[in-house]
Design a protein around this ligand. Structure first.
Ligand code: DGL
Length: 291
């Protein structure tokens, strides 16, 4: 056996840099996705970043969401991450394509950024018998038309109806999601959505915050209407992606650790994040621009 070749190969492997998988959201919502990702792929390390200081993204312009998201992605790259998941529909709708097509080839051709819209639209047709699907999202996601456009690529026969629910994220972020005050806004938007077609039999929660409203949503919907949350869908899709893209998977470290970061106050983040993640977290505050 040639030991020098062997040693060289070993050193190459040791020196090859690995880092956590980055998971991003405007705030807390992406934690509902991270929870499912960690369940599906517990062996990897993760770095979660919530841009709480600038949330919500939902009402912001294309340009603003794009610039905020790009800053976050560059921050993840500075931490060494080779793979970043935008676990935020608004960022996926308004920033992902430009980042993938324009920025990545220039700033980090070996790194990858994935979103939540593509994995969801690939399989959404499986949930409907009638061929009528409802989409609930932020203003940003709905006005971008990303869901109808992407769904048409995989299921051209599906009819897609959308409803923006601008009050839902503030209700959730302010801990009102299980209070009586939320009923009005939940019912109002479900009525608007179902008013567009009585045949809707599956509704996608196209905002990573909305699973917290699941109980209330169910309460105001007919039994036969299925409600779809994205966490498990995104987690399964990420698992398949890592199996198919070994060069990226090899750059993702494995140690079962999660680092939680926020652009706003860490103590506040920890308090709220536990509700979204399902268990306690300890975060650190980071500065996207100067770190
Ligand atoms: N969680 C984000 C999403 O999935 C939206 C929250 C916000 O408006 O910032 O769209």
């Amino acid at each position: 056996m040639n030991h020098s070749v062997d040693t060289g190969w070993f050193l190459f492997l040791v020196m090859q840099q690995t880092a956590p998988i980055g998971v991003f959201d405007s705030g807390y919502g992406g934690l509902t996705v991270l929870k499912e990702i960690v369940t599906a792929l517990p062996e990897y390390d993760y770095c979660y970043l919530g841009d709480n200081a600038r949330a919500p993204y939902g009402p912001r312009s294309f340009d603003t969401v794009y610039h905020y998201t790009l800053e976050a992605v560059q921050w993840f790259f500075a931490q060494g991450c080779a793979l970043v998941v935008l676990a935020c529909n608004t960022a996926s709708a308004k920033a992902l394509r430009t980042i993938q097509q324009k920025d990545l080839p220039r700033i980090a051709p070996d790194k990858r950024v994935l979103g939540v819209i593509r994995p969801t639209t690939e399989i959404i047709g499986q949930f409907s018998q009638t061929g009528h699907i409802g989409i609930l999202g932020t203003n940003g996601t709905v006005t971008s038309n990303s869901y109808p456009i992407e769904i048409a690529k995989f299921y051209p026969q599906l009819k897609v109806y959308q409803e923006a629910c601008p009050m839902w994220v503030p209700l959730i972020e302010n801990g009102e999601y299980n209070q009586a005050g939320a009923d009005y806004f939940v019912q109002k938007h479900l009525d608007h959505l179902l008013g567009q077609s009585p045949d809707i039999d599956a509704i996608l929660l196209a905002c990573t915050h909305y699973p917290l409203l699941m109980d209330k949503i169910r309460q105001f919907l007919p039994k036969q209407v299925q409600v779809i949350a994205q966490g498990e869908i995104v987690a399964k899709s990420l698992a398949t992606y890592l199996q198919r893209h070994l060069a990226i998977a090899e750059k993702c470290s494995k140690g079962g650790q999660i680092r939680f970061c926020t652009t706003d106050d860490a103590a506040n983040f920890d308090h709220q994040a536990a509700i979204f993640f399902g268990k306690g977290v300890t975060s650190e505050q980071v500065d996207l621009i100067h770190s």
